[in-house]
Design a protein around this ligand. Structure first.
Ligand SMILES: [Zn+2]
Length: 324
């Protein structure tokens, strides 16, 4: 992977625009202490995802021990339902998206075995919940028993199953064929066959193909062209033509380009500078665009974007690519 600023060269901010790492670490660590604030309760349906975003951001900021391990693992396991899936918070119905976050958190905390030792049926039980959501005819996945299908759920299933080494529980080739049917003439992918291209869905489709080892099916130049056109004059990226830039697309677009080895088609310096303008240098955290309210979702994806760009002081993560 290389960048517009030169292969392997780390990007640093200008002196007036540095990453306020400690502020962000404090912001994330304090999120759980704000239980008396209305915002905390209004976002209860996102709780398990929020823990994953916060924990990953802490890892990328070099503070992997930032959340208390035992409390965090206990909380994750308290969200587990009898069917093997996980809800957003204790008592909530199981859903693919929260199940994926639960698996990711347990893997990050090296606690997957606790599913076994605490008598919860082990990873196999979680795998059966996920595998049960695959449409056996099309290869697509539902988010829950109510049946809505979305390429996000297909990627989530592949992500969680591969982390647990259980990808063999589903029909991978049928899902791969389904993803191919979601490809559009512009090179992008949509939420389902025939739906318009969207950067978030492109990430999920290309990510699923990467996990399946089938990136050879992607038209890399055509997709890379569409993705690189997402960069606007201000340096940030949008998710679709004519839309506003948003820090979270630094990840959806950037990681997709990294997987097809076209990340250098973006101006990495301009993107890093846009992301840094989205941080709150006083209270910590990142927002979707400069001057807006920060939240843990955008904090995670902004920092992940800086990581892709090999920004100084952010741990590097690895988006899979096949060097074509
Ligand atoms: Zn966003």
């Amino acid at each position: 992977m290389s960048l517009a600023s030169g292969p392997g060269r780390a990007l640093g901010g200008s002196p007036d625009q540095q990453l306020c790492s400690q502020k962000h670490v404090d912001y994330i660590k304090n999120l759980d202490s704000r239980r008396d604030e209305l915002e905390y309760w209004l976002t209860e349906h996102l709780r398990l995802n929020g823990v994953y975003w916060g924990l990953t951001a802490l890892h990328l900021l070099g503070c992997p021990e930032g959340l208390p391990r035992e409390d965090t693992v206990d909380f994750v396991l308290s969200c587990r339902r009898d069917n093997g899936g996980f809800g957003a918070a204790p008592g909530h119905d199981a859903h693919m998206l929260y199940t994926v976050s639960a698996v990711q958190i347990l893997v990050l905390m090296d606690a997957l075995d606790e599913l076994e030792t605490r008598g919860l049926g082990g990873r196999q039980k979680v795998g059966s919940f996920i595998a049960g959501l695959q449409d056996k005819d099309t290869g697509a996945f539902m988010g829950d028993e109510w049946g809505e299908q979305d390429t996000r759920f297909l990627y989530g299933a592949f992500n969680a199953l591969s982390l647990m080494d259980l990808l063999g529980m589903v029909d991978v080739s049928k899902s791969v064929a389904y993803v191919q049917r979601c490809e559009n003439l512009d090179g992008g992918y949509g939420i389902r066959p025939g739906a318009e291209s969207h950067a978030g869905q492109i990430f999920t489709c290309v990510g699923a193909l990467a996990i399946a080892g089938r990136l050879d099916l992607v038209n890399k130049d055509r997709l890379g062209g569409w993705l690189s056109e997402r960069q606007v004059d201000k340096g940030g990226l949008n998710g679709r033509p004519e839309k506003l830039e948003d820090a979270c697309y630094s990840w959806w677009v950037g990681a997709s380009l990294a997987m097809i080895d076209r990340l250098h088609w973006l101006d990495g310096g301009k993107l890093a500078s846009f992301i840094l303008r989205c941080q709150d240098p006083e209270a910590g955290g990142f927002s979707d665009r400069p001057g807006h309210m920060v939240d843990v979702f955008h904090t995670h994806f902004a920092i992940a974007g800086l990581s892709l760009l090999k920004y100084d002081g952010v741990e590097e993560l690895y988006a899979e690519s096949n060097n074509n």
